[in-house]
Design a protein around this ligand. Sequence first.
Ligand code: XMP
Length: 325
Amino acid sequence: MPTLSEIDEIKLENLSVEEFIDKQVDEIRSVVGDGVAINALSGGVDSSVVTMLGHRALGDRLRTIFVDSGIMRRGEPEWVHSVFKDLGVEVEVLDAHSEFFGALKGLTDPEEKREAVTQTFYKTVFGRAVRESGAKYLLQGTNYTDVEETVAGIKRQHNILEQLGIDTESMFGYKVLEPLIQLRKSGVRRVGKALGLPEEVYNAPPFPGPALATRVIGEVTPERVATVRLANFIVEEELRGSGAFQYLAILHEDRVTGISGGERDFGQQIEVRCWDSTDAVKGTPTKLPFESLERLGNRIATEVPGVVSVTYNITTKPPSTIEPI
Ligand code: XMP
């Protein structure tokens, strides 16, 4: 597996989509041979594109799994299953709630939380699925920016393994294939469109591998995930038409005094972020109309139990990052 300097980035202006697809399909076929491969589909752009490439290359010899980790967005497992059923791809949904929440219990450090999600995902849940299926390869949608940010030490991206010196074969029992490693997100979207994915998938705002665990400051418990899930759902519903690059809700750990039902309440705080960006490397907060912010504040404070304060991030990346964890 190449290091960052050995990866030959394909810039958008140099991307020939059909050529790229043919090359990656051939490569997957030649590496996997007549064996079986497996891939994890989250429904995000990267893993959806990899799923389509893999199915084009291997047909039924690619097993596509959606890990229902308990930290996904509202309705996500059912939505992903149905979108891909319409594309002729059968997705197996694995329930792993107890494993993820068990691994996250008591953790508050951001990198420890990311590490717990990574280990549970790759070792516990996928290691088992791979052993059961006899697959020797895992296809995944690591892109150029993921590698860049991890190597730069900004954040340990959940899907970066071999670039950090992790030998997946000896640790987890399978090799990893990364057909999108030369592309940034904008290139991945073009490839997704050409592969026939619906626009709601290929143009979807990015969503991180460790899912809502990146949006809970402090301990990630089922109750706290339920709070951020509902707030995030409202943010997505309200800002879907905004044209912004990415928008999200964050649950803070600090509590603040507020009023619920006419009484003093030491309640929870939600922070909303909405980003203008082209590639997630830099970002600026979207200048949303104040009416949109007011609507968000009102809806989140009335619809999400326990929330008494809603704030909007006004910091650029850097020094902020897009996700808080
Ligand atoms: P940050 O928070 O580092 O995020 O500014 C940059 C972009 O990457 C997404 N992100 C991730 N994507 N696995 C992913 O696949 C991850 O572990 C991960 N962490 C952050 C984030 O949503 C943003 O678009």
